[in-house]
Design a protein around this ligand. Structure first.
Ligand SMILES: Cc1cc2nc3c(=O)[nH]c(=O)nc-3n(C[C@H](O)[C@H](O)[C@H](O)COP(=O)(O)O)c2cc1C
Length: 175
């Protein structure tokens, strides 16, 4: 209403401009709501393969998936996204990859409250401790971790792991 009254004084179409901006930001917001980012780190390709299966599930679930290597992602891009997926294999001694992923996840922890996050990743000789720790960490930050630690696998994803990743994608798309 205030806008309409102001329109009386509007010279040069300021109101039109405001409406255009509002429409653009609504479109941007809608884009962020319908697109689900899948950000991952992978040294030898196992977690990368899982990322692509998660994306397949997201698309099967009717949403768009944006698969991004963590080196090319900004944690702040996820701030406005209510739902996203993160992937990382067990590295170090049951840790996240230290040079990029660890810092990325620390940043995400700062705004994770209220988000729905899917976690996935591959491991080798361990028993999945890194994933249990990661799930707990994100839950402690206030996120809902969809599927918990279901989307993890030993080395390259087999058929079961592929199904678990696709299922995670579908669940993320359904949020
Ligand atoms: C430096 C290094 C550290 C690793 N640390 C662990 C570990 O603590 N626990 C484990 O189960 N596997 C560990 N692994 C094995 C990897 O998690 C496993 O090979 C995984 O499939 C790699 O996934 P990627 O192909 O996505 O890089 C380690 C591998 C490397 C190279």
């Amino acid at each position: 209403m205030e806008e309409l009254l102001l329109a009386g004084n509007d010279t040069g179409g300021r109101l039109k401009q405001k409406i255009k901006c509002a429409a653009e930001s609504a479109a941007e917001m809608e884009d962020k709501m319908s697109k689900i980012a899948v950000v991952y780190w992978s040294g030898t390709g196992n977690t990368e393969a899982m990322a692509n299966f998660v994306a397949e599930g997201i698309r099967e679930g009717g949403k768009e998936a944006d698969v991004i290597v963590v080196d090319q992602a900004q944690a702040s891009d996820l701030k406005d996204m209510p739902v996203f997926a993160l992937g990382c294999p067990a590295m170090g001694a049951e840790q996240l990859e230290e040079s990029v992923m660890e810092d990325f996840v620390t940043e995400v922890e700062g705004f994770a409250a209220g988000k729905t996050i899917g976690l996935f990743g591959s491991y080798g000789w361990g028993d999945g401790q890194w994933m249990r720790d990661w799930v707990e960490r994100m839950q402690n930050a206030g996120a809902a971790v969809l599927g918990g630690e279901e989307a993890m696998c030993n080395e390259a994803p087999d058929e079961d792991a592929e199904a678990a990743c696709v299922d995670l994608g579908k669940k993320l798309a359904a949020v």
